[in-house]
Design a protein around this ligand. Structure first.
Ligand SMILES: Cc1cc2nc3c(=O)[nH]c(=O)nc-3n(C[C@H](O)[C@H](O)[C@H](O)COP(=O)(O)OP(=O)(O)OC[C@H]3O[C@@H](n4cnc5c(N)ncnc54)[C@H](O)[C@@H]3O)c2cc1C
Length: 381
């Protein structure tokens, strides 16, 4: 954590770390095996105010700025070993609540935000489809105007939390002739006629964060659940993805610190050839690289948060933060497995889970290739 934080921020961080250590992740090993979402932990996070960190108090949140929200999520990731849970928290915070806060009307904010902040509801973000991944706005799901609302048809794929979500923020095209400019955003409640989800799909990591499809078959969505007006989807996506891009890894930054400390301790304790393995330069180089990645990741993330708080244009910094932190976490997790040898490879020690959990980070919220492409285009290339 940057040294210029004040005492209040240090104390807040400690409280969140204590909460996460004491109250979250008690069934992680079983839930990781079975792909079970820890709903009780989610509700605890809601009751503790973590889910509403960045939402104003009048909508059930804590009214924290971006810096203190990131501080909270990072502390949570440091204290809690469940990366699927911290990913779910980050996903809802930046991809569901933030768009409602920015684009929602008063009625929508009053209706949805308090339920999401309290943990009563879970929100998911439905953009990706079979044929539109990185090229997200070329989506095929349609929204046809009908009396009093819209009929949605299509299928969203690879959606984190889809099997357990109570609310889906969905992008669909309400004017296919206009192409990407015809994309609109809708808030679809669980139980809406014509709305269903697939069974959870088996996946590599963050298994406590179940992934599935959202299916729309003549699903009626009332006009009041159109978010921000017809055709707003492209600007909504562009604006809100910058929040997701910048901060989706905040929890994992805390996990990176935990992993670094664990590796450092192990390198001092584990002895081979009559001395601690940390005395071998090939091991200590890995530890030094981990420390450097941690420091640079943290500086970048808090820099972006401060820029967001100052309403500065942080487009290039958001992409750099996403690229650097996700790749840094994956590199640290790979190093951690090597440093722990066979123990790193066994499920029972939890190091291999960190590696599995890290892989998705270089894919979601835009792959590393896409972040590089974006950085290059912002540099005029
Ligand atoms: C753990 C996880 C959680 C997710 N959660 C959600 C969610 O909640 N909601 C949601 O909507 N989606 C979600 N996704 C989907 C995610 O957004 C997409 O996987 C991602 O956008 C990439 O799309 P794709 O998988 O179709 O890959 P593709 O776009 O098909 O890309 C395949 C490969 O081609 C490369 N590539 C593609 N285009 C370019 C280009 N222009 N330049 C250079 N390289 C390129 C990519 O980098 C990649 O290596 C999630 C994915 C994962 C792994």
């Amino acid at each position: 954590m940057p040294a210029d934080f004040n005492q209040e921020q240090f104390a807040h961080r400690e409280q969140i770390v204590d909460f996460a250590r004491g109250e979250l992740g008690s069934q992680l090993r079983d839930f990781d095996r079975t792909g079970t979402f820890p709903r009780e932990d989610w509700e605890r996070c809601g009751a503790r105010g973590i889910l509403g960190s960045h939402i104003p108090r009048e909508y059930g949140g804590q009214g924290l700025n971006a810096v203190n929200t990131v501080l909270t999520l990072e502390a949570l990731g440091y204290g809690c070993r469940d990366n699927g849970l911290t990913l779910a928290l980050g996903g809802q915070t930046w991809s569901v609540q933030e768009p409602i806060l920015i684009y929602g009307n008063e009625e929508q904010k009053q209706k949805f935000l308090p339920r999401l902040c309290s943990g009563e509801w879970i929100g998911c973000h439905g953009v990706s489809e079979e044929q539109s991944g990185s090229d997200a706005l070329s989506l095929q799901t349609t929204a046809t105007k009908t009396e009093g609302g819209y009929l949605l048809n299509g299928r969203k794929m690879y959606i984190g939390m889809a099997p357990v979500a109570d609310l889906a923020l969905v992008l669909a095209n309400s004017d296919p002739a206009a192409g990407k400019w015809g994309v609109s955003a809708f808030l679809v409640e669980r139980g809406s006629p014509g709305f269903s989800h697939s069974e959870p799909r088996a996946k590599t990591g963050t298994r406590t964060n179940p992934m599935g499809d959202l299916v729309f078959e003549d699903c009626f969505v009332p006009s009041e659940h159109l978010l921000g007006g017809e055709g707003i989807g492209m600007s909504l996506f562009t604006q809100t993805i910058s929040w997701e891009r910048a901060f989706i890894h905040a929890g994992h930054l805390g996990a990176m610190q935990h992993l670094f400390e664990r590796c450092l301790k192990y390198a001092k304790e584990r002895r081979q050839f009559g001395r601690p393995i940390g005395n071998f330069q090939s091991v200590s180089n890995r530890i030094a690289d981990m420390r450097l990645r941690l420091e640079t990741s943290r500086l970048l993330m808090f820099k972006v948060a401060a820029m967001k708080d100052a309403d500065a244009d942080a487009s290039i910094e958001c992409a750099m933060a996403n690229l650097h932190i996700s790749e840094a976490l994956l590199a640290c997790a790979t190093d951690a497995v090597r440093i722990h040898g066979a123990r790193g490879y066994l499920e029972e020690h939890g190091v291999e889970r960190q590696l599995r959990d890290s892989i998705g980070g270089v894919i979601y919220a835009g792959t590393s290739d896409i972040q590089r492409t974006l950085i290059a285009s912002l540099l005029g290339l």
